[in-house]
Structures are given as C-alpha cells and as structure tokens.
Design a protein around this ligand. Structure first.
Ligand code: NAD
Ligand code: MG
Length: 396
C-alpha cells in the first residue's frame, strides 16, 4: 500500500472547543499529521499542556508576557518549541512554507487576517471561523480561487452540505440541479420561548446548549439564532447560493446536520451524532475518510426526527443576517462586529438578551453600506460598527 505523506498542521485557536477537538483527531493519526504550530489568545496554561503533548515547532500567544512565561516553562520541560507573541506571528504560522493544513478556529474577527493569510498562501484551509468569511465573503472567495487553496467547511451544517453536493459545485447551484439548501438549526436552549420570556435569560442559560458543547460566543449566537444568520451568509459564499435558495429548518435533535434538495425531488442529508470531530476529520482527510473517535449513530436510540419553522419574531437576528447579505458590501461585516460587541456585553451582564438584536439593528441603521472589495474598507466598517455599538451601550 502506498504511504500517505505526513501533513504539517497549524491550529489557530488551539485551546478552544474546535482546537481541542482538532488535536484529539490529529492524535489518533500520528503518521498522517504533524503539528507545526498552535496558537491561543491568553490560555497559556492550556497551551503549555498542549505543547507537552503535541510538540509543535511554534507556539503563539497574544501577549509577550504570556509568551515569556511559556518559553520558560517549555525550556524546563526540555522542549525546543519556539514561542512567539502577537498578530504578525499568527500570520506567519498560517502562511509558512512547511505548513500544509491550517485549522482556522479563532473566534470572531480576530481570525480574519491569519485565515486570509492561509488562503492567500494556497493552503488547505479548514474553516471553523465563520466570522472571517462573513466579514470578507467576496474578497475571501476570490483569494481562494486565485491561490488555488482548498477550502473545506468545518461548521457542521456547511460540512454536511459539502458532503451532499457534487465535488465540483462552483458556478451556481442551479447548474448542478440543486434547488435548495436546507440549513438545519437546533433552535438553541430557548426554542419555543415567547419574546417576553427571553428578556430575563442569563448568560449561563444561554450557554447551556442542548446538543453541542461550544465556546461561549457561539453558544450565545446559537441561543439568539444569530449563529444561524451568520451560517446563512457563510453558505451563500461557500456554495454560490442566493439567500432565497437557503431554507432554515429547526431540527431539535441535531442529527441531520443539513441537506441539499435537487430538481428531481431528491433530498440528500448528512447525519451523525452532534460531535465536531466528524466534520474536522472530514476536512483533515478529504477526499479520504479517517476514524474520528465519534460514536456510530444509533437510529433506534434517536427514534425520531422533528422539524419546525424558525420563529423570526422572537429571534430577530436571523432576519437581520438575511437583510445584511441581501444589502451586500460591508453590511455583513457591520452585522458581525455589532454582534460581537453585543454578545460580549451580554456575557458581562451589561446588556439583556433581547438587547443583542436591538443593538445590532441600531448599529446597522447607523452605518452606511460601503464597498467590501478591499480589505481596508472591511476593517474600517468593522471598526466603525464596534465604535458605534460601544457608544450606544455607554449611552444607555
Ligand atoms: P472558543 O472560544 O472555545 O475558542 C476560541 C479560540 O480562539 C481559543 O483558542 C482562544 O484562545 C482563541 N482566541 C480568542 N480570541 C482571540 C484573539 N483575539 N486572538 C487570537 N486568538 C484568540 O471558540 P470555539 O467554540 O472553538 O469556536 C471557534 C470558531 O469556530 C468560532 O468562529 C465558531 O463560530 C466556530 N465554530 C465552532 C463550533 C463549536 O462547536 N465550538 C462549531 C462551528 C463553528
Ligand atoms: Mg454550525
């Protein structure tokens, strides 16, 4: 049997939920993958533990003081990992010549520049960091085409759709006989709640997702349905789809991860247990398949699959996202930035849950839509929306 060459992997956001699951899958296949670099924001203790286990060549933290601490610890542990700090270092570990695969698993806009660097360098990019694509969609996809990067979606819904589409699916869905993408949503912890009850919810309730265990930001997004809104935008870019070709379907069991409907009446779905190691393993090994550690799906245990329409009056964020991708230009970047500020304020107890959608809508109304053809314009729109959101939070 021919041996597969070992691939060098950079994991951006290694200490998070996706990063940890990625390292779990990688560790199951030591001859296929070698860890080139790991990054974290502030979680230096966690990163130290990961360096001991995975022995990367480079480790990156945000602040120099944390990097200095990690350097000392690694010397004591007898490891020769190079430790660096700052945004420039994140870009370097994403585009380095020896790197084959980059897992983009930083949360939020902070992941945009390193993810884009990996794309421009033509890497295999495993995209978990949906905010990066939401902000820069057109520019991002153009960079993929230009560099010849292989972009594989890790978000479970998009990974499912990817598996349900023909391998070559660019150039519009209609060309391939696809009539609709069915984007499933668990509905989050507040599914079925009236708008009036949502006013009182706490960050702890919002972060207690019924099916998935995730970072705090995406957990709040799932509870507000902004996550589904960001995913709608993500799907438009990844699959060349118009917003009206995407139907959001609430499916509380989270067993069907999404579907593609074809003009002959076929609907193809991807099913599995809700565990991110499945899409991660798919992205790492594509077009092959590898073992991920996820338990086989037991349909008798699942027993039933339910479907509902999303409630856009109690959860306005889905509508706001659809309006943003329809408006185009910098509107999705503004939506994303306002949401990041709102979610942070909610998690810190400075904003009520219903305030998230309200703040995003006010910021949207205050920020004109500009062209998103240049990175500079996108970053400016992001910055302006954050300022606007913070100013409004202070005035309240
Ligand atoms: P998380 O909060 O658990 O982890 C985030 C990681 O990014 C950590 O390693 C953190 O140190 C790093 N980070 C945070 N801020 C940073 C900054 N300013 N600069 C550099 N690094 C920074 O988040 P997560 O749940 O793993 O999600 C990561 C991304 O994957 C998000 O974009 C999320 O939407 C997406 N995603 C997550 C899941 C999931 O199941 N967790 C599913 C689909 C998509
Ligand atoms: Mg998802």
């Amino acid at each position: 049997m021919p041996t597969t060459p070992t691939l060098d992997v950079t994991v951006l956001g290694a200490t998070g939920s996706i990063g940890t699951s990625t390292l779990d899958v990688i560790a199951r296949h030591p001859s296929r993958y070698r860890v080139h670099a790991l990054s974290a924001n502030r979680a230096r203790q966690r990163l130290l533990a990961q360096c001991r286990t995975h022995r990367p060549r480079v480790a990156v933290l945000e602040r120099e003081e944390d990097a200095a601490w990690l350097r000392e610890q690694l010397v004591d542990a007898g490891l020769d990992t190079e430790v660096r700090a700052g945004a420039e270092a994140l870009i370097e570990i994403s585009e380095a010549r020896e790197v084959d695969v980059v897992m983009a698993a930083i949360v939020g806009a902070a992941g945009l520049l390193p993810t884009l660097a990996a794309v421009r360098a033509g890497k295999r990019v495993l995209l978990a960091n949906k905010e990066a694509l939401v902000m820069s969609g057109g520019l991002f996809m153009e960079a993929v085409t230009r560099s010849g990067a292989t972009l594989l979606p890790i978000d479970s819904e998009h990974n499912a759709i990817y598996q349900c589409l023909p391998t070559e699916h660019r150039g519009g869905l209609a060309r391939h006989g696809v009539t609709q993408l069915l984007l499933t949503a668990s509905g989050g912890p507040f599914r079925g709640w009236e708008a009036s009850r949502l006013a009182e919810v706490t960050p702890e309730q919002a972060c207690a997702h019924p099916n998935w265990s995730m970072g705090r930001k995406i957990s709040v997004d799932s509870a507000s349905l902004m996550n589904k809104g960001l995913e709608l935008i993500e799907a438009c870019w990844l699959f060349d789809a118009r917003p009206d070709q995407i139907q959001v379907v609430v499916h509380p069991q989270s067993v069907i991860h999404s579907m593609a409907a074809y003009n002959d009446g076929s609907v193809i779905a991807q099913l599995g247990n809700p565990d991110m190691r499945t899409p991660i393993a798919h992205g790492l090994a594509w077009p092959e398949r590898i073992e991920s550690g996820v338990q086989a799906l037991d349909l008798f245990e699942v027993a039933r699959l339910d479907f509902e329409r999303p409630d856009e009056s109690a959860f306005p964020c889905l509508r706001l996202a659809r309006e943003a991708i329809t408006a185009g230009g910098t509107a999705p970047a503004v939506l994303n930035a306002a949401n990041e500020v709102a979610v942070e304020a909610f998690l810190e107890g400075r904003l009520g849950f219903a305030g998230i959608g309200e703040l995003v809508e006010r910021v949207r109304d205050a920020c004109p839509v500009e062209s998103a053809d240049e990175l500079g314009g996108i970053l400016e729109a992001d910055d302006r929306a954050r300022h606007e959101a913070r100013a409004r939070l202070e005035r309240r």
